[in-house]
Design a protein around this ligand. Sequence first.
Ligand SMILES: *Cc1c(COP(=O)(O)O)cnc(C)c1O
Length: 357
Amino acid sequence: MELSKNLMEPHLLQAKPEDESALGFGQIFSDHMLQVDYTSEAGWHNSRVTPYENLVLDPAALVLHYGQEVFEGLKAYKGIDGGIYMFRPMANIERMNRSCARMCIPEMPAQEILDHMLELIRVDQEWVPSLEGTSLYIRPTIIATEACLGVKVSSRYLFYIITGPVGAYYPEGFNPVRIYVEENYVRAAAGGVGEAKTMGNYAASLLAAEEAHAKGFTQVMWLDACDKKSIEEVGTMNMFFFIGDEVITSPLTGSILPGVTRDSVLTLCHHWGMKVTERKVTIDEVVAAQKDGTLQEAFGTGTAAVISPVGSIHYRGTDYEVGSGQTGQLSLKLYDEITGIQLGKKEDPFGWVVKVV
Ligand SMILES: *Cc1c(COP(=O)(O)O)cnc(C)c1O
């Protein structure tokens, strides 16, 4: 697949944000985007860099009614040597293809998509911010575009990537979050689509998040759909507990999103010789560990925040404080290690970093 480019006239390029310390998340977009079409006759074709533009969709497009869609989220960073780097981008593309398989969307040629993604970032390299903690967020998306009111597999798709500079997640340092354990709503059930990064999962999570926010909590902790006992995820992050000398995260049972950050944390903990286990961990076990003083740390993992320490867990009317509500040593060490590797400050023994420019 050839990549064609239709770049903006230089005088039409937008001004870059002036104050990189005031960048929020997901509101500013770079000048260009990548688009690739799919038809059942031609397969994936017509890969092109274009100016960032509105999409033209038939109002009957299948994605708008039945949600046949997948997306990804990853970042490009300005390294300490001034180069631009990405972190494990192939892991995201491979996960996108697994999401595609679950959603009956034709898989994409992974290596070509990575090459074209890197080229898009090169075109808009001036948009990669340099202030520590900031990055260029990259959002690949595939939507079903065939016009048809009827639940079926689309014969046409659009793949696109948009990017935009995003701010430091922790401008004032780590802030442990207050978590609400959700027992009425569930995020995903085994056999459903919880392990795919597809839009419906996020629409389905909004009501629980709104209700938790109204009660003063930052995020929802999801339990398994069957017994409401095993801990699955927190918000849109994978969840880890450090109990006694064991680092624990839920196994990938089908209802859990297989996070790239989750995998990186597992790899690093193994590398450091820690006891790390992928096993079910129930809310009862966490509460018991909190009571007997062995619950050292709890944290979420995801691309946006990297590590998000949990300060307290609210379950059935009681707030259980985690490690005196402060950020734990392991959370800090993981955050420093992963961000250090991303920026080229630390050695990259696992070959995670890809140079863009
Ligand atoms: C994207 C996502 C994660 C985190 O995945 P990363 O690859 O680490 O960014 C975790 N849970 C859910 C539900 C997600 O959508």
